[in-house]
Each structure stands twice: as C-alpha cells, then as structure tokens.
Design a protein around this ligand. Structure first.
Ligand code: THU
Length: 129
C-alpha cells in the first residue's frame, strides 16, 4: 500500500491544533493510515485530575475502533512545532496491539517499524501460548 507521509503529517498537525492541553500546554496530534486506506487521527485530551490525561495515541486507537477497526499501517505524531514526536512507552504498547511489528512510525531519521520502537513486545499472540 502506498503511504503518503506528507498527508499523514498534515493530518497529524490538524489534529494537534485541536488538542485539549491546558495544563501541559503541550499539544500533540497523531494520524495513521489504516489497512482499508482510510486516515484517522487523534489528539491529547488532558484533565484537571492531571494523571487522567489521554495521549493523542489513545484518541487515535479509540477512533480506529469506533470508525470500523482495521490494522494500523503507518503513523505520524507531532508536537506544537509540527516536528515528529516520539510516542511514549504506554502508547507504543497501544499502537502495537493494532499494528504489530510492521506498523511504520515516522521518526526524524525516517520511518521505523514498531519492532524497533518496541522490541520483543508483549502482545495478543502471547496470550494464546
Ligand atoms: N503526549 C501524547 O499525547 N502522546 C505521547 O506519546 C507523548 C505525550 C501528551 C500527554 C500530555 O498531554 C502531553 O503530551 C505532555 O506530556
């Protein structure tokens, strides 16, 4: 499948602009290409109870399931400056569940597979052993 990284980057920036981040003032946006060709996105949504804030990737995964499911093929995450942002550890696990080792995540050095971002990941397959 053709991955249009530029349009994923644009969608991530659009999502970032919608973030609700009044506490950290650190808006984050993420966009992903799904196996059926659609593009989905998410932004961080913070809370007055600080620890309950939701990362942008949480919103992305929620949107993935709510909009019909599928596998994550490629993703771009950005901060306020529009530069590529590294997903936090918890979010790597969330992404792995729906993209596996082959999900490509954009880094400043180019696309990297989840197998590199989250080596020897624990996932659904481990539960069947
Ligand atoms: N954040 C994300 O949305 N995704 C990440 O992968 C890293 C961190 C958010 C959480 C919080 O709202 C803000 O960035 C500052 O940590």
């Amino acid at each position: 499948m053709q991955i249009e990284w530029d349009s994923l980057h644009e969608q991530a920036k659009i999502a970032m602009a919608k973030a609700y981040a009044p506490y950290s003032k650190f808006p984050v946006g993420v966009a992903a290409l799904i196996s059926d060709g659609r593009i989905i996105s998410g932004c961080n949504v913070e809370n007055a109870s600080y620890g309950l804030g939701l990362c942008a990737e949480c919103g992305l995964v929620s949107n993935l399931i709510a909009s019909g499911g599928g596998r994550l093929i490629a993703a771009v995450c950005v901060g306020a400056d529009g530069n590529f942002l590294s997903p936090c550890g918890r979010c790597r696990q969330l992404l792995f569940e729906h993209g596996g080792n082959d999900l490509l995540f954009m880094t400043p050095d180019g696309p990297a597979p989840m197998s590199k971002l989250l080596p020897w990941a624990f996932g659904p397959d481990d539960l069947t052993q």
